[in-house]
Design a protein around this ligand. Structure first.
Ligand code: 3H9
Length: 703
């Protein structure tokens, strides 16, 4: 037995089977082997009357080992190991703590009893990885908690707390202990005293789903998980197998699991899972200490400043917010209060803590001197270089030496902002996404003179605030907004050449984004893009194509949702927006003025250009070292721009599509517009050599 991963001991007549496979006790091949051998040993141990199965470290088993996915399966496979546990003639008690997920919960369901410590979270998150539970979860969970509750948990991947698990009958006891081993022993002693034997879920009859409810539930799952294959396949597998014997149901589950394992969606979702975790790994920061941050300052109490404040308060930080006058400070306080209300409603905070945070941890002032004692300041003022430089000059004056000075700029040059201070080595960019109390992405912009300690501090803050920090170098728009400007421009060119904004939006939604670029534009306000275009007009390259139609809308006061009209019309009949019947005529007028003969585009052509522009810009960003890894770019687009997770992000998607095909497409588009469609040299090289972005990222990490 791999002793170091699965240990077998005995305490009196109770065997103790302990899994110790840090960090999350994933069920690697060696752990499966160890568990199988432990069960053989239990059967042969004349002294043992029962066994407690528990885990060392911070959690019970958090699932199958995701890094094994896509490789040939190694025996013993998990369903067989769990069958072995369930078949034991001596009762097996799973003692749960931490996060009991996926294969971990399936192991627990194979045990005969389940005891959980307070704070335990349980779930079958396989659909979030493009799979369904593949080790009996679709069969044992409905037998434990009923069809509907099981179907909801399996198709959503939702995690539940120990209290809900107890209510559902998923666990037998919610123990009042802090150690799983002790909780398991206490429960098992009682069990033996009462003379209880094994209770096998596989021996229960399968619950019958109600056909009329299934149809409605299926429609709901389809709507909520649009574009994804796993949730519906999971539901269908559940429904189909409920009329079967347990063994037939297991075989049915296995077939569906194997099918899903082969899908591009599974590969994309597993890529996203590891990409998110890789983003936090910064090899050059190994051993670098982050500065202690307990008190943060925020300059600017608009929506962004409020969102950052709310997120920081929830993370346990002391927040001082500075606004230009008392009335604005009061407004910001009220806004933060509302955001915390939302957190209470979403169950992220309890009402008492909310009151406590507002009363004791938040302070709003109209005077920068309030920031004299904070550890880190985030400037969230108006997006204008002169305004931000002025703020930083003031911060330089009032903040104590060593305070990290962060700007929340979304486009501007962080080096120029740092230059406004006498301490550029304290300056970094922290680009939050709106609403900052909800969105998980945080671009960490490392400027020319930002030292490793300050970068490490930013990553530590991201982690503490529950954000995914992604490192970016300095350029116009950093990773995300730079890519956005490019694919937005590709969309504008499509509209100039003959597509309607509605066709573009529909094609982008059909690709999997929640919204198209013109819906997003209406939401953000068309005045923002207009102002940027005006600012850049004087220095614009004459070959750049300008979205004249967007300027016309803004000049006519059609600024999007806030004015009831933008690309779409928003009224009582269509609060989410409806196409403007006059748009086509307006566009044709503009095309005539520009001498463009409109042509039609298919949905596939629109998606092709949109994605080619995105990938090409991503390749340039990688090549220039603005992003260190292609997977970091994927994380930014997934978490900040609504890229469909089941496609893994633009760089992963591009590799799956074939870089050579995308490069060839860009070259052919360049024949008509060589200025816009300049092929990234990196993309050209990788396409020619048959390499992927991951290879380019690895090389960068090595150099
Ligand atoms: C499954 O079980 C299929 C079965 O139905 C059928 C099989 C036949 N495998 O997230 P963290 C690593 S599907 C391998 O930063 P946290 C992770 O990469 C699986 N590695 O910590 C990271 O490594 P590194 C169903 C894993 O405290 C380190 O552990 N299960 C796995 O914020 C720490 O992770 C899931 O989907 C894994 N399963 O969160 C659960 N899990 O340090 C997936 C983690 O090198 N896991 N790692 O970057 C999670 O949701 C979170 O990791 C967890 C901890 C909540 C457990």
């Amino acid at each position: 037995m791999p002793e170091h991963l699965v240990a077998y001991h005995r305490e009196g007549e109770i065997a103790l089977i302990e899994i110790d496979n840090p960090p999350v006790n994933a069920l690697s091949a060696a752990v499966r082997q160890g568990l199988a051998e432990a069960m053989v040993r239990l059967a042969a141990d004349p002294e043992a009357r029962a066994a407690v199965l528990f885990c060392a470290g911070r959690t019970f088993v958090a699932g199958a080992d995701v890094s094994e996915f896509g490789k040939p399966p190694v025996a013993p496979i998990l369903p067989d190991v769990i069958t072995g546990i369930e078949a034991s003639l001596k009762p097996v008690i799973a003692a749960l703590h931490g996060t009991v997920l996926g294969g971990g919960l399936e192991v627990a369901l194979g045990a005969h009893y389940r005891v959980a410590l307070p704070g335990t979270r349980l779930g079958l998150p396989e659909v979030t990885l493009g799979l369904l539970p593949g080790a009996g979860g679709t069969q044992r969970l409905p037998r434990a908690i009923g069809f509907e509750a099981a179907a909801e948990l399996i198709t959503s991947g939702r995690q539940i707390d120990a209290e809900e698990a107890e209510r559902l009958g998923l666990i037998d006891v919610l123990a009042d202990e802090t150690d799983p081993r002790a909780a398991g022993l206490t429960f098992t002693r009682g069990l033996l005293a009462d003379g209880c034997g094994p209770h096998r879920l596989s021996e229960r009859a399968s619950p019958a789903p109600q056909p009329d409810r299934v149809a409605g539930f299926r429609a709901e799952v389809e709507r909520k998980t649009r574009g994804q294959v796993a949730p519906l396949r999971a539901l269908d597998t559940l429904v189909e197998s409920m009329g079967m014997s347990f063994a037939e149901g297991m075989a049915h589950e296995r077939r569906a699991f194997r099918d899903l394992m082969q899908t591009p969606q599974r590969a994309a979702l597993v890529h996203a899972f590891f990409a998110e975790r890789r983003a936090a790994r910064q090899e050059d920061l190994a051993g670098v200490s982050a500065c202690q941050v307990d008190r943060i300052g925020i300059v600017g109490g608009g929506t962004m400043g409020q969102g950052i404040a709310a997120a920081a308060l929830i993370a346990g930080l002391q927040v001082t917010l500075v606004e230009r006058d008392d009335a604005s400070a009061d407004r910001a306080m009220a806004g933060i209060g509302k955001m915390l209300d939302g957190a209470v409603k979403r169950g992220k905070l309890n009402a008492d803590t909310r009151l406590q945070l507002l009363a004791q941890r938040l302070q709003a002032a109209a005077d920068y001197d309030a920031l004299s004692n904070v550890d880190l300041v985030i400037e969230a003022a108006f997006e204008d270089l002169a305004v931000k430089q002025e703020v930083f000059r003031t911060l330089d004056r009032v903040c104590r030496p060593g305070t990290v000075l962060a700007t929340n700029t979304s486009y501007l040059d962080v080096n120029l902002i740092a230059d406004a201070t006498g301490r550029p080595q304290d300056v970094i960019g922290l680009h939050f996404f709106s609403p900052a109390n909800v969105m998980r992405l945080l671009e960490i912009i490392v400027a020319d003179r930002t030292p490793p300690e300050v970068t490490a501090t930013a990553f530590a803050l991201a982690k503490r605030m529950g954000k995914i920090g992604v490192r970016s170098g300095v350029c116009d728009g950093f990773i995300g907004n730079r890519m956005l400007s490019t694919y937005r421009a590709a969309a504008d060119h499509l509209v100039l050449d003959g597509a309607t904004p509605y066709q573009v939006d529909a094609a982008v939604r059909a690709f999997g984004f929640a919204m198209g670029p013109y819906q997003v534009g209406d939401l953000a306000g068309l005045d923002i893009g207009y102002a940027t275009r005006q600012r850049k007009a004087a220095t614009r390259d004459p070959r750049e194509r300008v979205p004249v139609f967007a300027d016309r809308l803004a000049e006519a006061g059609r600024l999007g949702r806030k004015t009831g009209r933008g690309y779409y019309i928003y009224d009582d009949a269509a609060p989410q927006g409806r196409p403007d019947p006059e748009m086509e005529a307006v566009l044709n007028g503009i095309r005539r003025d520009l001498g463009i003969t409109p042509r039609s585009f298919t949905e596939a052509e629109i998606q092709d250009r949109y994605m080619a522009a995105m990938v090409n810009e991503g390749a340039k960003i990688l090549d220039e070292g603005i992003a260190a890894r292609a997977s970091d770019i994927d994380v930014v687009l997934l978490h900040g721009y609504g890229f469909p997770r089941w496609k893994g992000g633009p760089m992963h998607w591009a590799e799956a599509e074939g870089l050579d095909r995308i490069a060839a497409r860009i070259q052919s588009l360049a024949e008509d517009d060589p200025y816009f469609w300049q092929l990234s040299p990196l993309l050209a090289r990788l396409a020619a050599e048959g390499d992927g972005f991951a290879d380019a990222s690895k090389q960068k990490e090595l150099t």
